[in-house]
Design a protein. Sequence first.
Lengths: 257, 382
Amino acid sequence: MLSAGIDVGSMATKAVIFDGTIRSAAIIPTGWNPKEAGRSVFLEALNKAGLQEKDISIIVGTGYGRVSLPFIDKKVTEITCHAKGARFLFPQTKTVIDIGGQDSKVISVSDDGTVADFIMNDKCAAGTGRFLQVMTGILDITLDELGQLASNSKPVSINSMCTVFAESEIIGLLAQEVPKEAIASGIVQTIANKMLSLASKIPLREEVTFSGGVANNPEICQILSSAFKLKFNISTQPQIVGALGAAIVGFEKFRLA
Amino acid sequence: MEADLLCEFENLRSNSIAEIQAAKAEGRKVVGKYCIYTPTELVMAAGAIPLPLCSTKQDPISVAEKVLPRNLCPLIKSSYGFAASGACPYFNISDLLIAETTCDGKKKMYELLAELKPLHLLQLPQTQDMNALEYWHSEITKLKDRLEKDFSVTITEQNLREAIHLLNEERRSLKDLQDITKHKPSPISGLDLLTILYNRGFSIDKEATIQRVDRLTLKLKELSNQGVSPFKTNTPRILLTGVPVGIGCHKVVQIIEENGGNVVCFESCGGYKGVCDQVDEEKEPLLAIAEKYLATPCSCMSPNNTRFELVQRLIEEFKVDGVVDLTWQACHTYNIESYSLKKYLQERKTVPFLQIETDYSESDIEQLKVRIEAFLEIISVT
Protein backbone atom coordinates (compact mmCIF):
# COMPACT_ATOMS: atom_id res chain seq x y z
CA MET A 1 0.00 0.00 0.00
CA LEU A 2 1.29 3.43 -0.96
CA SER A 3 0.32 6.83 0.41
CA ALA A 4 1.34 10.34 -0.56
CA GLY A 5 1.77 13.43 1.59
CA ILE A 6 1.85 16.89 0.07
CA ASP A 7 2.90 19.92 2.11
CA VAL A 8 2.19 23.23 0.39
CA GLY A 9 4.20 25.80 2.33
CA SER A 10 4.49 29.53 1.73
CA MET A 11 7.93 29.18 0.12
CA ALA A 12 8.40 25.49 -0.78
CA THR A 13 6.04 22.65 -1.68
CA LYS A 14 7.05 19.15 -0.67
CA ALA A 15 5.81 15.63 -1.48
CA VAL A 16 6.62 12.24 0.00
CA ILE A 17 5.57 8.80 -1.26
CA PHE A 18 5.37 6.34 1.62
CA ASP A 19 4.87 2.59 1.98
CA GLY A 20 6.06 2.16 5.57
CA THR A 21 9.36 3.62 4.41
CA ILE A 22 10.06 6.74 2.40
CA ARG A 23 9.91 5.69 -1.26
CA SER A 24 10.65 9.14 -2.66
CA ALA A 25 10.56 12.82 -1.82
CA ALA A 26 10.47 16.00 -3.89
CA ILE A 27 10.77 19.70 -3.09
CA ILE A 28 9.91 22.60 -5.42
CA PRO A 29 9.36 26.34 -4.88
CA THR A 30 5.68 27.13 -4.29
CA GLY A 31 5.70 30.21 -6.52
CA TRP A 32 2.47 32.08 -7.07
CA ASN A 33 0.20 29.10 -7.70
CA PRO A 34 -0.06 26.69 -4.73
CA LYS A 35 -2.51 24.42 -6.55
CA GLU A 36 -0.16 23.97 -9.51
CA ALA A 37 2.85 23.51 -7.21
CA GLY A 38 1.03 20.76 -5.31
CA ARG A 39 0.27 18.94 -8.54
CA SER A 40 3.81 19.28 -9.93
CA VAL A 41 5.58 18.16 -6.79
CA PHE A 42 3.29 15.12 -6.52
CA LEU A 43 4.09 14.10 -10.11
CA GLU A 44 7.80 14.66 -9.50
CA ALA A 45 7.77 12.43 -6.42
CA LEU A 46 5.85 9.74 -8.34
CA ASN A 47 8.34 9.99 -11.17
CA LYS A 48 11.30 9.63 -8.82
CA ALA A 49 9.77 6.46 -7.34
CA GLY A 50 8.88 5.12 -10.80
CA LEU A 51 5.20 5.08 -9.88
CA GLN A 52 1.95 6.31 -11.35
CA GLU A 53 -0.92 8.19 -9.78
CA LYS A 54 -3.13 5.08 -9.75
CA ASP A 55 -0.60 3.27 -7.54
CA ILE A 56 -1.34 5.66 -4.64
CA SER A 57 -4.15 4.59 -2.31
CA ILE A 58 -4.52 7.81 -0.36
CA ILE A 59 -3.24 11.38 -0.63
CA VAL A 60 -3.12 13.72 2.37
CA GLY A 61 -2.49 17.46 2.05
CA THR A 62 -1.00 19.79 4.65
CA GLY A 63 0.55 23.27 4.88
CA TYR A 64 -1.19 26.59 4.30
CA GLY A 65 -2.05 25.57 0.71
CA ARG A 66 -3.78 22.32 1.75
CA VAL A 67 -7.16 23.86 0.95
CA SER A 68 -6.14 24.54 -2.64
CA LEU A 69 -5.45 20.92 -3.60
CA PRO A 70 -8.47 19.42 -5.39
CA PHE A 71 -7.03 15.89 -5.72
CA ILE A 72 -6.32 15.06 -2.08
CA ASP A 73 -8.42 12.65 0.04
CA LYS A 74 -7.87 14.37 3.36
CA LYS A 75 -6.33 17.49 4.82
CA VAL A 76 -4.49 17.62 8.13
CA THR A 77 -2.73 20.58 9.75
CA GLU A 78 1.03 20.87 9.66
CA ILE A 79 1.06 20.66 13.48
CA THR A 80 -0.13 17.06 13.50
CA CYS A 81 1.97 16.22 10.43
CA HIS A 82 5.23 17.58 11.83
CA ALA A 83 4.72 15.58 15.02
CA LYS A 84 4.06 12.39 12.99
CA GLY A 85 6.98 12.93 10.63
CA ALA A 86 9.44 13.79 13.39
CA ARG A 87 8.41 10.71 15.42
CA PHE A 88 8.93 8.48 12.40
CA LEU A 89 12.43 9.82 11.76
CA PHE A 90 13.41 10.10 15.43
CA PRO A 91 11.14 7.87 17.53
CA GLN A 92 12.21 9.47 20.86
CA THR A 93 11.06 12.94 19.75
CA LYS A 94 9.15 14.80 22.47
CA THR A 95 9.47 18.29 21.02
CA VAL A 96 9.48 19.52 17.43
CA ILE A 97 10.85 22.92 16.50
CA ASP A 98 9.92 23.91 12.97
CA ILE A 99 10.97 27.09 11.22
CA GLY A 100 9.14 27.42 7.95
CA GLY A 101 8.70 30.20 5.44
CA GLN A 102 5.94 32.10 7.21
CA ASP A 103 5.29 30.10 10.37
CA SER A 104 7.49 28.94 13.16
CA LYS A 105 6.19 26.53 15.71
CA VAL A 106 7.11 24.48 18.73
CA ILE A 107 5.16 21.25 19.19
CA SER A 108 5.09 19.17 22.34
CA VAL A 109 4.60 15.47 21.59
CA SER A 110 3.15 13.03 24.14
CA ASP A 111 4.79 9.72 24.86
CA ASP A 112 2.25 8.03 22.59
CA GLY A 113 3.21 10.28 19.67
CA THR A 114 0.13 12.50 19.65
CA VAL A 115 0.31 16.28 19.86
CA ALA A 116 0.06 17.40 23.50
CA ASP A 117 0.39 21.13 22.95
CA PHE A 118 1.77 23.57 20.43
CA ILE A 119 2.58 27.21 20.00
CA MET A 120 2.95 29.20 16.79
CA ASN A 121 4.33 32.62 15.97
CA ASP A 122 1.70 35.30 15.69
CA LYS A 123 0.80 36.79 12.37
CA CYS A 124 4.04 38.68 11.72
CA ALA A 125 7.15 37.26 10.08
CA ALA A 126 9.39 37.50 13.17
CA GLY A 127 11.28 34.26 13.72
CA THR A 128 10.49 32.73 10.34
CA GLY A 129 12.37 31.85 7.18
CA ARG A 130 10.92 35.00 5.63
CA PHE A 131 12.75 37.09 8.25
CA LEU A 132 16.05 35.49 7.31
CA GLN A 133 15.32 35.90 3.61
CA VAL A 134 14.70 39.63 3.96
CA MET A 135 17.86 40.06 6.04
CA THR A 136 20.06 38.17 3.58
CA GLY A 137 18.66 40.50 0.94
CA ILE A 138 20.00 43.55 2.77
CA LEU A 139 23.41 41.95 3.27
CA ASP A 140 23.40 40.78 -0.34
CA ILE A 141 24.27 37.19 0.58
CA THR A 142 22.64 33.75 0.38
CA LEU A 143 21.21 31.84 3.32
CA ASP A 144 24.24 29.49 3.24
CA GLU A 145 26.59 32.46 3.39
CA LEU A 146 24.58 33.94 6.25
CA GLY A 147 25.20 30.83 8.33
CA GLN A 148 28.91 30.77 7.48
CA LEU A 149 29.38 34.45 8.30
CA ALA A 150 27.36 34.14 11.50
CA SER A 151 29.41 31.27 12.88
CA ASN A 152 32.60 33.33 12.63
CA SER A 153 31.65 36.23 14.83
CA LYS A 154 30.09 37.35 18.06
CA PRO A 155 26.61 38.73 17.44
CA VAL A 156 25.87 42.42 17.40
CA SER A 157 22.64 43.03 19.31
CA ILE A 158 19.60 43.45 17.05
CA ASN A 159 16.63 44.42 19.16
CA SER A 160 13.77 44.48 16.71
CA MET A 161 11.82 41.27 16.28
CA CYS A 162 9.69 42.92 13.60
CA THR A 163 11.05 42.22 10.12
CA VAL A 164 10.47 45.77 8.92
CA PHE A 165 12.03 47.41 11.98
CA ALA A 166 14.94 44.95 12.02
CA GLU A 167 15.62 45.89 8.41
CA SER A 168 16.00 49.58 9.35
CA GLU A 169 18.08 48.61 12.38
CA ILE A 170 20.50 46.64 10.16
CA ILE A 171 20.73 49.47 7.64
CA GLY A 172 21.71 51.66 10.60
CA LEU A 173 24.35 49.15 11.71
CA LEU A 174 25.80 48.98 8.20
CA ALA A 175 26.04 52.77 8.17
CA GLN A 176 28.04 52.56 11.42
CA GLU A 177 30.36 50.11 9.61
CA VAL A 178 29.61 47.21 11.95
CA PRO A 179 31.20 44.12 10.30
CA LYS A 180 28.91 41.99 8.16
CA GLU A 181 29.84 38.90 10.20
CA ALA A 182 28.63 40.47 13.45
CA ILE A 183 25.37 41.51 11.80
CA ALA A 184 24.88 38.03 10.31
CA SER A 185 25.49 36.53 13.71
CA GLY A 186 23.05 39.01 15.27
CA ILE A 187 20.38 38.09 12.74
CA VAL A 188 20.63 34.41 13.54
CA GLN A 189 20.64 35.24 17.24
CA THR A 190 17.29 37.07 16.93
CA ILE A 191 15.78 33.92 15.41
CA ALA A 192 17.17 31.88 18.30
CA ASN A 193 15.76 34.39 20.81
CA LYS A 194 12.36 34.37 19.17
CA MET A 195 12.24 30.57 19.17
CA LEU A 196 13.38 30.46 22.81
CA SER A 197 10.57 32.80 23.78
CA LEU A 198 8.00 30.77 21.81
CA ALA A 199 9.29 27.52 23.34
CA SER A 200 9.09 28.91 26.87
CA LYS A 201 5.29 28.73 26.65
CA ILE A 202 5.21 24.93 26.52
CA PRO A 203 7.26 22.19 28.20
CA LEU A 204 10.47 21.58 26.26
CA ARG A 205 11.26 17.87 26.63
CA GLU A 206 14.07 15.93 24.96
CA GLU A 207 14.61 14.66 22.34
CA VAL A 208 14.12 17.77 20.23
CA THR A 209 13.78 17.44 16.47
CA PHE A 210 14.41 20.52 14.33
CA SER A 211 12.63 20.71 10.99
CA GLY A 212 11.84 23.16 8.20
CA GLY A 213 13.94 24.82 5.52
CA VAL A 214 16.10 26.77 7.98
CA ALA A 215 17.36 23.46 9.43
CA ASN A 216 19.19 22.87 6.13
CA ASN A 217 21.82 25.33 7.28
CA PRO A 218 24.29 23.59 9.66
CA GLU A 219 25.73 26.80 11.12
CA ILE A 220 22.31 28.19 11.97
CA CYS A 221 21.38 24.85 13.54
CA GLN A 222 24.53 25.03 15.64
CA ILE A 223 23.73 28.56 16.89
CA LEU A 224 20.13 27.56 17.74
CA SER A 225 21.26 24.40 19.44
CA SER A 226 23.70 26.37 21.67
CA ALA A 227 21.01 28.92 22.48
CA PHE A 228 18.65 26.14 23.59
CA LYS A 229 21.54 24.29 25.33
CA LEU A 230 20.16 21.15 23.67
CA LYS A 231 21.22 18.75 20.96
CA PHE A 232 18.83 18.71 18.02
CA ASN A 233 17.86 15.78 15.81
CA ILE A 234 18.09 17.00 12.24
CA SER A 235 17.23 14.76 9.34
CA THR A 236 19.10 14.88 6.06
CA GLN A 237 15.97 16.41 4.50
CA PRO A 238 14.47 18.58 7.24
CA GLN A 239 12.08 20.23 4.79
CA ILE A 240 10.08 17.08 4.10
CA VAL A 241 9.07 16.31 7.70
CA GLY A 242 5.56 17.76 7.24
CA ALA A 243 4.91 15.98 3.93
CA LEU A 244 6.23 12.76 5.47
CA GLY A 245 3.85 13.18 8.40
CA ALA A 246 0.96 13.74 6.00
CA ALA A 247 1.86 10.55 4.12
CA ILE A 248 2.01 8.63 7.41
CA VAL A 249 -1.40 9.99 8.50
CA GLY A 250 -2.80 8.71 5.19
CA PHE A 251 -1.00 5.38 5.48
CA GLU A 252 -2.37 4.78 8.99
CA LYS A 253 -5.86 5.89 8.05
CA PHE A 254 -5.99 3.60 5.02
CA ARG A 255 -4.74 0.62 6.98
CA LEU A 256 -7.31 1.15 9.74
CA ALA A 257 -10.19 1.62 7.30
CA MET B 1 -32.10 24.74 13.03
CA GLU B 2 -35.36 25.93 11.59
CA ALA B 3 -34.95 29.15 9.64
CA ASP B 4 -38.19 30.82 10.82
CA LEU B 5 -37.22 30.40 14.46
CA LEU B 6 -33.92 32.15 13.86
CA CYS B 7 -35.50 34.70 11.57
CA GLU B 8 -37.58 36.08 14.45
CA PHE B 9 -34.34 36.97 16.19
CA GLU B 10 -32.71 38.32 13.03
CA ASN B 11 -35.50 40.88 12.75
CA LEU B 12 -35.32 41.86 16.41
CA ARG B 13 -32.29 43.99 15.81
CA SER B 14 -33.40 45.57 12.54
CA ASN B 15 -36.88 46.37 13.88
CA SER B 16 -35.70 47.75 17.17
CA ILE B 17 -34.58 51.19 15.97
CA ALA B 18 -38.09 52.11 14.79
CA GLU B 19 -39.55 50.84 18.08
CA ILE B 20 -37.06 52.83 20.12
CA GLN B 21 -37.78 55.96 18.09
CA ALA B 22 -41.50 55.51 18.69
CA ALA B 23 -40.94 55.02 22.42
CA LYS B 24 -38.77 58.12 22.54
CA ALA B 25 -41.44 60.16 20.80
CA GLU B 26 -43.71 59.18 23.67
CA GLY B 27 -41.22 60.54 26.14
CA ARG B 28 -39.23 57.47 27.16
CA LYS B 29 -35.54 57.85 27.87
CA VAL B 30 -32.79 55.68 26.44
CA VAL B 31 -29.68 54.59 28.36
CA GLY B 32 -26.62 53.18 26.60
CA LYS B 33 -24.48 50.66 28.49
CA TYR B 34 -21.15 49.02 27.74
CA CYS B 35 -20.73 46.17 30.13
CA ILE B 36 -22.51 43.48 32.13
CA TYR B 37 -21.49 45.27 35.33
CA THR B 38 -24.16 47.88 34.50
CA PRO B 39 -27.00 47.39 37.01
CA THR B 40 -29.69 47.40 34.34
CA GLU B 41 -32.46 47.02 36.94
CA LEU B 42 -32.03 50.70 37.85
CA VAL B 43 -32.46 51.78 34.24
CA MET B 44 -35.64 49.70 33.96
CA ALA B 45 -36.92 50.99 37.31
CA ALA B 46 -36.44 54.55 36.01
CA GLY B 47 -38.72 53.67 33.11
CA ALA B 48 -35.88 54.03 30.59
CA ILE B 49 -34.78 51.69 27.79
CA PRO B 50 -31.37 50.03 28.26
CA LEU B 51 -29.33 49.44 25.10
CA PRO B 52 -26.02 47.61 24.70
CA LEU B 53 -23.41 49.83 22.99
CA CYS B 54 -20.32 47.64 23.33
CA SER B 55 -19.26 47.32 19.71
CA THR B 56 -18.26 44.14 17.91
CA LYS B 57 -17.53 45.58 14.45
CA GLN B 58 -14.23 46.28 12.66
CA ASP B 59 -15.48 49.26 10.60
CA PRO B 60 -15.32 52.07 13.22
CA ILE B 61 -11.77 51.23 14.35
CA SER B 62 -10.04 53.48 11.81
CA VAL B 63 -12.09 56.46 13.02
CA ALA B 64 -11.19 55.65 16.63
CA GLU B 65 -7.49 55.50 15.80
CA LYS B 66 -7.54 59.22 15.00
CA VAL B 67 -7.81 59.70 18.75
CA LEU B 68 -6.99 56.43 20.48
CA PRO B 69 -3.65 54.58 20.29
CA ARG B 70 -3.43 51.81 17.71
CA ASN B 71 -2.17 49.33 20.28
CA LEU B 72 -5.43 49.15 22.20
CA CYS B 73 -8.10 46.48 22.50
CA PRO B 74 -10.38 46.43 19.41
CA LEU B 75 -13.52 46.38 21.57
CA ILE B 76 -12.60 49.73 23.10
CA LYS B 77 -11.57 51.25 19.76
CA SER B 78 -14.66 49.95 18.00
CA SER B 79 -17.02 51.22 20.71
CA TYR B 80 -15.43 54.66 20.71
CA GLY B 81 -15.24 54.78 16.91
CA PHE B 82 -18.93 53.99 16.55
CA ALA B 83 -19.80 56.79 18.96
CA ALA B 84 -17.40 59.36 17.54
CA SER B 85 -18.24 58.70 13.89
CA GLY B 86 -21.96 59.18 14.45
CA ALA B 87 -22.56 55.89 12.63
CA CYS B 88 -24.27 54.05 15.51
CA PRO B 89 -28.01 54.74 15.68
CA TYR B 90 -28.18 53.24 19.18
CA PHE B 91 -25.53 55.63 20.45
CA ASN B 92 -27.18 58.59 18.74
CA ILE B 93 -30.55 57.87 20.28
CA SER B 94 -29.20 57.43 23.84
CA ASP B 95 -29.92 60.16 26.41
CA LEU B 96 -27.38 58.97 28.95
CA LEU B 97 -24.46 56.55 28.99
CA ILE B 98 -23.59 54.36 31.95
CA ALA B 99 -20.01 53.16 32.17
CA GLU B 100 -17.81 51.44 34.73
CA THR B 101 -14.12 51.62 35.66
CA THR B 102 -13.43 48.06 34.56
CA CYS B 103 -10.11 47.92 32.67
CA ASP B 104 -7.66 50.79 32.18
CA GLY B 105 -8.38 51.11 28.47
CA LYS B 106 -12.11 51.42 28.96
CA LYS B 107 -12.03 53.90 31.79
CA LYS B 108 -9.73 56.28 29.93
CA MET B 109 -11.83 55.88 26.77
CA TYR B 110 -14.93 56.81 28.78
CA GLU B 111 -13.30 60.14 29.66
CA LEU B 112 -13.29 60.90 25.93
CA LEU B 113 -16.77 59.51 25.42
CA ALA B 114 -18.07 61.87 28.14
CA GLU B 115 -17.20 64.76 25.82
CA LEU B 116 -19.76 63.46 23.32
CA LYS B 117 -22.70 62.63 25.56
CA PRO B 118 -23.77 62.76 29.24
CA LEU B 119 -22.02 59.83 30.92
CA HIS B 120 -22.38 58.45 34.42
CA LEU B 121 -19.28 56.61 35.51
CA LEU B 122 -19.64 53.95 38.18
CA GLN B 123 -16.44 53.41 40.17
CA LEU B 124 -16.27 49.64 40.11
CA PRO B 125 -14.12 48.10 42.86
CA GLN B 126 -11.61 45.55 41.57
CA THR B 127 -12.11 42.99 44.27
CA GLN B 128 -15.16 41.29 45.65
CA ASP B 129 -14.95 41.46 49.45
CA MET B 130 -17.33 43.13 51.96
CA ASN B 131 -15.62 46.54 51.84
CA ALA B 132 -15.86 46.48 48.07
CA LEU B 133 -19.51 45.58 48.26
CA GLU B 134 -20.22 48.46 50.60
CA TYR B 135 -18.49 50.86 48.24
CA TRP B 136 -20.23 49.42 45.16
CA HIS B 137 -23.56 49.68 46.98
CA SER B 138 -22.92 53.40 47.47
CA GLU B 139 -21.98 53.76 43.78
CA ILE B 140 -25.25 52.12 42.79
CA THR B 141 -27.15 54.45 45.10
CA LYS B 142 -25.45 57.40 43.38
CA LEU B 143 -26.56 56.02 40.01
CA LYS B 144 -30.14 55.88 41.29
CA ASP B 145 -29.89 59.57 42.28
CA ARG B 146 -28.44 60.46 38.89
CA LEU B 147 -31.20 58.68 36.97
CA GLU B 148 -33.89 60.29 39.13
CA LYS B 149 -32.37 63.75 38.63
CA ASP B 150 -31.64 63.47 34.90
CA PHE B 151 -34.95 61.87 33.98
CA SER B 152 -37.08 63.72 36.59
CA VAL B 153 -38.50 60.49 37.99
CA THR B 154 -38.71 58.85 41.39
CA ILE B 155 -37.47 55.28 41.58
CA THR B 156 -39.58 53.54 44.23
CA GLU B 157 -38.79 50.29 45.99
CA GLN B 158 -41.71 48.78 44.10
CA ASN B 159 -40.19 49.92 40.75
CA LEU B 160 -36.92 48.25 41.74
CA ARG B 161 -38.57 45.01 42.84
CA GLU B 162 -40.50 44.78 39.57
CA ALA B 163 -37.35 45.44 37.53
CA ILE B 164 -35.42 42.83 39.51
CA HIS B 165 -38.15 40.28 38.96
CA LEU B 166 -38.35 40.99 35.23
CA LEU B 167 -34.59 40.80 34.68
CA ASN B 168 -34.35 37.66 36.80
CA GLU B 169 -36.92 36.18 34.45
CA GLU B 170 -34.83 37.33 31.48
CA ARG B 171 -31.72 35.73 32.97
CA ARG B 172 -33.66 32.56 33.71
CA SER B 173 -34.87 32.34 30.09
CA LEU B 174 -31.40 33.02 28.67
CA LYS B 175 -29.86 30.41 30.96
CA ASP B 176 -32.48 27.84 29.95
CA LEU B 177 -31.73 28.55 26.30
CA GLN B 178 -27.99 28.13 26.81
CA ASP B 179 -28.49 24.97 28.86
CA ILE B 180 -30.09 23.36 25.80
CA THR B 181 -26.62 22.70 24.39
CA LYS B 182 -25.95 20.35 27.31
CA HIS B 183 -27.73 17.84 25.09
CA LYS B 184 -25.18 15.78 23.19
CA PRO B 185 -25.17 16.49 20.28
CA SER B 186 -26.46 20.03 20.65
CA PRO B 187 -29.58 20.93 18.62
CA ILE B 188 -28.16 24.37 17.78
CA SER B 189 -24.84 25.66 16.52
CA GLY B 190 -22.76 28.04 18.61
CA LEU B 191 -22.96 30.69 15.91
CA ASP B 192 -26.77 30.56 15.87
CA LEU B 193 -26.82 30.68 19.65
CA LEU B 194 -24.49 33.68 19.63
CA THR B 195 -26.67 35.44 17.03
CA ILE B 196 -29.72 35.01 19.25
CA LEU B 197 -27.95 36.11 22.44
CA TYR B 198 -26.55 39.12 20.63
CA ASN B 199 -29.68 40.26 18.78
CA ARG B 200 -32.08 39.87 21.68
CA GLY B 201 -30.18 42.58 23.57
CA PHE B 202 -31.54 45.24 21.20
CA SER B 203 -35.18 44.39 21.78
CA ILE B 204 -37.03 46.87 24.01
CA ASP B 205 -39.96 44.67 24.93
CA LYS B 206 -38.39 42.44 27.58
CA GLU B 207 -41.55 40.40 28.29
CA ALA B 208 -42.06 39.58 24.61
CA THR B 209 -38.40 38.64 24.21
CA ILE B 210 -38.50 36.36 27.23
CA GLN B 211 -41.50 34.56 25.73
CA ARG B 212 -39.77 34.35 22.36
CA VAL B 213 -36.64 32.86 23.94
CA ASP B 214 -38.73 30.37 25.93
CA ARG B 215 -40.57 29.28 22.76
CA LEU B 216 -37.25 28.75 21.02
CA THR B 217 -35.90 26.75 23.95
CA LEU B 218 -38.98 24.54 23.91
CA LYS B 219 -38.66 24.01 20.17
CA LEU B 220 -34.99 23.14 20.50
CA LYS B 221 -35.81 20.69 23.27
CA GLU B 222 -38.29 18.98 20.94
CA LEU B 223 -35.72 18.86 18.14
CA SER B 224 -33.19 17.38 20.50
CA ASN B 225 -35.65 14.74 21.68
CA GLN B 226 -36.26 13.80 18.06
CA GLY B 227 -32.52 13.44 17.62
CA VAL B 228 -32.27 16.43 15.26
CA SER B 229 -28.89 18.15 15.39
CA PRO B 230 -26.42 19.72 12.95
CA PHE B 231 -23.72 17.76 14.80
CA LYS B 232 -22.67 14.20 15.55
CA THR B 233 -22.22 12.63 18.97
CA ASN B 234 -18.46 12.70 18.46
CA THR B 235 -18.30 16.35 17.32
CA PRO B 236 -15.70 18.07 19.55
CA ARG B 237 -17.58 20.23 22.08
CA ILE B 238 -15.84 23.54 22.76
CA LEU B 239 -16.25 25.98 25.63
CA LEU B 240 -15.36 29.55 24.66
CA THR B 241 -14.13 31.74 27.49
CA GLY B 242 -12.34 35.08 27.68
CA VAL B 243 -13.24 38.41 26.14
CA PRO B 244 -16.76 39.42 25.01
CA VAL B 245 -17.81 38.15 21.58
CA GLY B 246 -20.68 39.28 19.40
CA ILE B 247 -21.76 39.26 15.81
CA GLY B 248 -19.08 41.07 13.79
CA CYS B 249 -16.20 39.67 15.85
CA HIS B 250 -17.37 36.06 15.73
CA LYS B 251 -14.59 34.76 13.45
CA VAL B 252 -13.20 32.33 16.02
CA VAL B 253 -16.64 30.77 16.60
CA GLN B 254 -17.12 30.48 12.86
CA ILE B 255 -13.72 28.87 12.26
CA ILE B 256 -14.30 26.35 15.07
CA GLU B 257 -17.64 25.31 13.61
CA GLU B 258 -16.51 25.32 9.97
CA ASN B 259 -13.74 22.92 10.90
CA GLY B 260 -15.80 20.30 12.64
CA GLY B 261 -16.22 21.63 16.19
CA ASN B 262 -19.26 22.94 18.07
CA VAL B 263 -19.13 25.83 20.54
CA VAL B 264 -21.54 24.53 23.17
CA CYS B 265 -20.93 27.14 25.83
CA PHE B 266 -19.99 30.81 25.89
CA GLU B 267 -18.63 31.53 29.34
CA SER B 268 -17.96 35.12 28.21
CA CYS B 269 -20.09 38.12 29.26
CA GLY B 270 -22.72 37.92 26.51
CA GLY B 271 -23.21 34.27 27.38
CA TYR B 272 -23.31 32.31 30.62
CA LYS B 273 -21.37 34.61 32.95
CA GLY B 274 -24.12 37.20 33.14
CA VAL B 275 -27.07 34.88 33.59
CA CYS B 276 -25.95 32.11 35.92
CA ASP B 277 -26.69 34.21 39.03
CA GLN B 278 -29.91 35.97 39.97
CA VAL B 279 -30.56 39.08 42.06
CA ASP B 280 -31.93 38.04 45.46
CA GLU B 281 -35.59 39.13 45.47
CA GLU B 282 -35.89 38.95 49.27
CA LYS B 283 -33.14 41.41 50.20
CA GLU B 284 -33.11 45.19 50.17
CA PRO B 285 -33.18 45.85 46.39
CA LEU B 286 -30.12 48.10 45.92
CA LEU B 287 -27.95 45.85 48.08
CA ALA B 288 -29.18 42.73 46.30
CA ILE B 289 -28.39 44.36 42.93
CA ALA B 290 -24.95 45.40 44.17
CA GLU B 291 -24.20 41.84 45.32
CA LYS B 292 -25.17 40.21 42.03
CA TYR B 293 -23.24 42.57 39.78
CA LEU B 294 -20.11 42.73 41.91
CA ALA B 295 -19.91 38.92 41.84
CA THR B 296 -19.45 38.94 38.04
CA PRO B 297 -16.22 36.97 37.38
CA CYS B 298 -14.42 39.32 34.98
CA SER B 299 -10.64 39.51 34.60
CA CYS B 300 -10.70 43.14 35.82
CA MET B 301 -11.19 41.63 39.31
CA SER B 302 -8.19 40.59 41.38
CA PRO B 303 -8.19 37.80 42.33
CA ASN B 304 -10.67 36.31 39.90
CA ASN B 305 -10.84 32.71 41.10
CA THR B 306 -14.58 32.48 40.57
CA ARG B 307 -13.98 32.57 36.80
CA PHE B 308 -11.70 29.53 37.03
CA GLU B 309 -14.27 27.72 39.17
CA LEU B 310 -17.07 28.62 36.75
CA VAL B 311 -15.10 27.40 33.72
CA GLN B 312 -14.28 24.16 35.52
CA ARG B 313 -17.95 23.64 36.45
CA LEU B 314 -19.14 24.38 32.90
CA ILE B 315 -16.59 21.93 31.43
CA GLU B 316 -18.30 19.20 33.43
CA GLU B 317 -21.89 20.34 32.97
CA PHE B 318 -21.60 20.81 29.20
CA LYS B 319 -19.43 17.70 28.67
CA VAL B 320 -16.78 19.88 27.04
CA ASP B 321 -13.86 18.40 25.06
CA GLY B 322 -11.71 21.51 24.79
CA VAL B 323 -11.46 25.09 26.09
CA VAL B 324 -10.67 28.02 23.78
CA ASP B 325 -9.64 31.14 25.68
CA LEU B 326 -10.11 34.14 23.41
CA THR B 327 -8.23 37.34 24.14
CA TRP B 328 -8.35 40.54 22.14
CA GLN B 329 -4.96 42.08 21.42
CA ALA B 330 -4.00 44.51 24.18
CA CYS B 331 -6.64 43.18 26.57
CA HIS B 332 -4.06 42.88 29.32
CA THR B 333 -6.32 41.43 31.99
CA TYR B 334 -7.65 38.48 30.00
CA ASN B 335 -4.30 38.01 28.30
CA ILE B 336 -2.38 37.68 31.56
CA GLU B 337 -5.14 35.66 33.22
CA SER B 338 -4.97 33.11 30.41
CA TYR B 339 -1.74 31.74 31.90
CA SER B 340 -3.40 31.20 35.28
CA LEU B 341 -6.52 29.67 33.76
CA LYS B 342 -4.44 27.22 31.71
CA LYS B 343 -2.45 26.28 34.81
CA TYR B 344 -5.64 25.88 36.89
CA LEU B 345 -7.19 23.57 34.32
CA GLN B 346 -3.99 21.58 33.73
CA GLU B 347 -3.55 20.96 37.46
CA ARG B 348 -7.04 19.45 37.45
CA LYS B 349 -6.20 17.43 34.33
CA THR B 350 -9.33 18.53 32.56
CA VAL B 351 -9.41 19.10 28.82
CA PRO B 352 -7.06 20.53 26.16
CA PHE B 353 -6.72 24.31 26.25
CA LEU B 354 -5.98 26.80 23.46
CA GLN B 355 -5.41 30.50 23.89
CA ILE B 356 -6.07 32.69 20.89
CA GLU B 357 -4.98 36.29 20.72
CA THR B 358 -6.47 38.24 17.86
CA ASP B 359 -8.47 41.34 16.95
CA TYR B 360 -11.62 42.17 14.96
CA SER B 361 -9.85 42.16 11.56
CA GLU B 362 -9.72 39.29 9.08
CA SER B 363 -5.96 39.52 8.55
CA ASP B 364 -5.06 36.40 10.53
CA ILE B 365 -7.87 34.05 9.42
CA GLU B 366 -5.44 31.56 7.81
CA GLN B 367 -3.18 31.39 10.88
CA LEU B 368 -6.21 31.00 13.13
CA LYS B 369 -7.47 28.14 10.97
CA VAL B 370 -4.20 26.25 11.44
CA ARG B 371 -4.28 26.73 15.20
CA ILE B 372 -7.93 25.80 15.58
CA GLU B 373 -7.84 22.85 13.18
CA ALA B 374 -4.75 21.49 14.95
CA PHE B 375 -6.50 21.93 18.30
CA LEU B 376 -9.53 20.01 17.00
CA GLU B 377 -7.17 17.30 15.71
CA ILE B 378 -5.68 16.97 19.21
CA ILE B 379 -9.17 16.61 20.68
CA SER B 380 -10.28 14.06 18.09
CA VAL B 381 -7.28 11.84 18.86
CA THR B 382 -7.64 11.91 22.64
